[in-house]
Structure formats: structure tokens, C-alpha cells
Design a protein around this ligand. Structure first.
Ligand code: TRP
Length: 450
């Protein structure tokens, strides 16, 4: 098998874990998890989420890691190498498109987080009423160009990191952003626990209300788990191709999954007790982070500091995920189109930012451009999260479980049989049967078939 030995991967194991956990921990954990969990039965949702994450997410992630590290190529080259003469390379193209589309709407919300760092640093969020926060938020996201400028700023930072390459860009920045992110979220959670009615918020998050967990909630748990872990579309293949050959893939995937789950739960602990202590409706949904939290921060001692810290946390989480998405098209352009990294980065970033601007504007000037009754942003999110990701997830399972030789998979997971692998049979069974069926259920549900 041919390997390009000149290819640079992650330098250290810690760097690899920081980068992979950086991809996983994102807006999905902090912006989405707390309200999805608390509106779908709290602890009941959490149990289902944990089950899916470890029973299905782990095998699928391990499959993506094994395929990626085996081939040590960009995603298109990966399928050309491992499935020569087949149509599997089309899946590579689909992944590149999906990664770019996800980034195009991810960049919109990430831009908002930058504006909110700015607003809290300049203390513009101080002394406002609930209506004021509503006005600040809605006039910002519908502004003709302000949100676009922040969106572009975010994409420029993302591009600048990717321009630095695997070691001097991705690894270097993930290695300090991720530890800071952990420190901030732990500090926010501890602070939140000291509030008067924190126990109510904790109960809301952890107490299992099985009657509120619907079939839809169960599917939401699986979808949320996949999005949060960055799996299901072969997008992580690219990062996995940079994992050093002597690292234990099972350990790395476990560590990434634990880090991701921990941040999601901590985000709930940081946000919900505060929401309850200030008698705010926790079902406020996605706007919780931009409307409710700023209001809460100003009631807290040293509120401005907490606000700045929180929005920095959100930006770091978004940034380390955004670079993992941008690296997919960039590594493709470098290795398949033989472009130099700076050019590849420039082209991919410009294109994605251009598409992204339409998503950003869909809350303002373009709000009337509707697809199936959704604005462009929501349509893009729906297409990626609910259709393309599960669709790709099934393909990953078929590729790793059915197409690839079991021995190839085993070699990669066991580091050429130097590690003892205990649950290989169970793992292959999940990959072949359980995971694809569960994922198909989400897909059919999303398409309105069940
Ligand atoms: N996992 C990230 C989050 O929770 C988002 C993300 C980054 C992603 N890369 C991905 C989602 C690849 C799906 C596929 O916010």
C-alpha cells in the first residue's frame, strides 16, 4: 500500500486529542444541548443520549478513525485508495460538500458570538431589560451588514489558523484553546452552583421525566449525539488521517467522547441553574444563549467578567470545530488539486464565506427567501443535520462494516496487532447491524416517512 511519507500529521498524542476534541466540542454542546435535553425529559433524555453516544457513537467514531488513519489522505484520496475502481469516491465528494455547508451556517452563529464578546467587553449589555435584550439581538441579526461583518471576521480567523497547517495551525491552537475552554466552563458551572435556586435547574436537567420523552425526543438524542461528536459523514476522516500511527485509536475515541459529553453536561450545569434562579423560561430554545444569559450575567456579581468569559468560551468552541470543517475541503484541494496550502485555504474560505453570507442574511434582508417554509439558515441546518449527516452515517457503517475487510479494520484498531482488542466482534456487529438501522430511523423520521 502506498503512503505519502512526506505528509505531516499531529506531533503529539495530546495535540491529536485536543484537535479531535476541539472538533467535537462546539456550538452543538453549549448552544444546543442544554435546551434540547431539558425540553425532552431532562434525565430521561440524558440516559438515552449517553446510551447512543457510547453504544453507537463510539463504534462509528472508531470506524471513521480507522479508515482515516489507514489511508492517511484527504477524504477523496481515502476512498480512491481503500476502494479503488468503485463509486465510493462520490461519498468523498459528498463529505466535502457537507462539511462546507455545515461551516457556512456554523459561521453565522459563530459571528454572533464575536459580536457578543464585543458587546460584553464594552459593557453594552449592562442595565438592559428583557425587552432590550430581545431588541439588541433581533436588530443585530437582522442588520443589513453588521452580522455579515462579524461572520467574515470569524471566517478570516478560521482561515488564518488553517493556513498555518496541521502542526503550526490546527494542533498549535487547539492545544491552548481546549484547556482554556475547560477551565472557563468549570468556573462557570461552579459559579452557577452557588446561586439560590440552582437545585431547581439541576433537577430540570438531571431528573428523568420519562413521560416527556417522545419517539421524536429519542431520535433527537441520536441526531444530537452524532452532530456533537462530529461523526456520521466521514468528516472526521480528515483529522483522523493525521493521528500518529502508534496512538491507540480506541483510547483516543473514548477520550474525545468523554470530553465532548462532559462539556455538554457542564454547559447544562452552567446555564440551567442560572435560568431557574432568575425565573426565566428554560424552554426559550436556541435564543437562550444570546437573550437569556446576558440578562442573567448582569444580575451576577462580577457579571461583566462572566459574560466576557462565556462568549469567549463559545467562540473557542466554535472556532476549534470550524477549523475541522475547513480542513476537509482544504486538504482535498492540496492533495488532489495540487494547490499550495495558502491558495487552497484562500479558495475554500472565500467560497464557504460567500455561501455563508446568504445564511447570515437570511435573518435580515433575505428573510423572505424561504425553502419548505424555512429560511436559508434553517433549511441548511435541517439538510445537513437531519438528512446529510444520517445519510453519511449509514454509508460509513456500510463502508467499514460491510465493504472493508475485517482484517484491515482490525489491523488499524490494534496498531498492526500490537494491542489487544477485546470487543472486536461486538464492535463489528454494532457497525454492521445496529448502528445503520438506528441511523436509518432518524433519516426516515427526518424525511417524514415515519
Ligand atoms: N461537533 C461540532 C459541535 O458540536 C460541530 C461539528 C464540527 C460537526 N465538525 C463536524 C458536526 C462534522 C458534524 C460533522 O458543534
Amino acid at each position: 500500500m502506498h503512503h505519502s511519507n512526506h505528509r505531516i500529521g499531529f506531533k503529539s498524542k495530546f495535540g491529536a486529542i485536543a484537535a479531535l476534541a476541539g472538533s467535537a466540542v462546539g456550538l452543538g454542546n453549549i448552544w444546543k444541548f442544554p435546551y434540547v435535553a431539558s425540553t425532552n425529559g431532562g434525565g430521561a433524555f440524558l440516559l438515552v443520549y449517553l446510551f447512543f453516544t457510547f453504544a453507537i457513537g463510539l463504534p462509528v467514531m472508531l470506524a471513521e478513525f480507522s479508515i482515516g488513519r489507514r489511508a492517511q489522505q484527504n477524504i477523496l484520496g481515502t476512498f480512491r485508495l481503500l476502494a479503488p475502481g468503485t463509486k465510493w469516491f462520490l461519498f468523498g465528494f459528498l463529505s466535502i460538500i457537507t462539511a462546507s455547508l455545515i461551516l457556512s451556517f456554523y459561521g453565522t452563529v459563530s459571528g454572533w458570538t464575536l459580536e457578543y464578546i464585543w458587546l460584553s467587553m464594552t459593557d453594552s449589555l449592562h442595565g438592559q431589560s428583557a425587552e432590550d435584550f430581545q431588541t439588541i439581538f433581533s436588530s443585530f441579526i437582522s442588520h443589513p451588514y453588521k452580522a455579515v461583518l462579524w461572520h467574515i471576521a470569524f471566517m478570516v480567523i478560521t482561515g488564518a489558523i488553517i493556513m498555518g497547517g496541521v502542526q503550526k495551525g490546527i494542533e498549535r491552537y487547539s492545544k491552548w484553546m481546549m484547556p482554556i475552554l475547560f477551565i472557563i466552563i468549570i468556573a462557570l458551572s461552579i459559579n452557577s452552583l452557588t446561586l439560590n435556586e440552582s437545585s431547581k435547574g439541576l433537577k430540570f436537567l438531571f431528573f428523568p421525566k420519562f413521560s416527556e420523552l417522545t419517539g421524536q425526543g429519542i431520535l433527537a438524542a441520536l441526531g444530537q449525539s452524532f452532530f456533537s461528536l462530529s461523526i456520521g459523514m466521514g468528516i472526521l476522516l480528515t483529522y483522523a488521517s493525521y493521528i500518529p500511527k502508534n496512538n491507540n485509536l480506541t483510547h483516543i475515541s473514548l477520550q474525545v467522547i468523554i470530553a465532548d459529553t462532559l462539556v455538554a453536561i457542564l454547559a447544562g450545569v452552567a446555564i440551567l441553574p442560572a435560568v431557574f434562579s432568575f425565573h426565566i423560561d428554560p424552554q426559550a430554545g436556541p435564543s437562550l444563549v444570546f437573550l437569556t444569559l446576558p440578562q442573567i450575567f448582569q444580575e451576577l456579581p462580577a457579571g461583566q467578567l462572566w459574560a466576557v468569559l462565556f462568549f469567549i468560551l463559545l467562540t473557542f468552541a466554535a472556532l476549534t470545530s470550524a477549523i475541522s470543517l475547513l480542513e476537509v475541503p482544504v486538504s482535498y484541494l492540496i492533495e488532489e488539486k495540487k494547490l499550495k496550502r495558502p491558495w487552497a485555504t484562500l479558495i475554500a474560505t472565500l467560497l464557504i464565506t460567500f455561501i455563508g453570507c446568504f445564511n447570515t442574511l437570511s435573518f435580515g434582508p433575505l428573510r423572505d427567501a424561504q425553502i419548505f417554509g424555512m429560511n436559508l439558515f434553517d433549511a441548511c441546518d435541517y439538510l445537513c443535520s437531519n438528512i446529510l449527516l444520517p445519510f453519511g452515517g449509514v454509508l460509513v457503517c456500510i463502508f467499514a462494516g460491510w465493504y472493508l475487510q475485517k482484517s484491515t479494520l482490525y489491523q488499524e484498531i490494534s496498531n498492526q496487532e500490537s494491542l489487544k482488542i477485546r470487543f472486536f466482534k461486538l464492535y463489528v456487529f454494532i457497525l454492521k447491524y445496529i448502528a445503520p438501522v438506528c441511523i436509518l430511523l432518524i433519516l426516515f423520521h427526518a424525511l417524514g416517512l415515519i
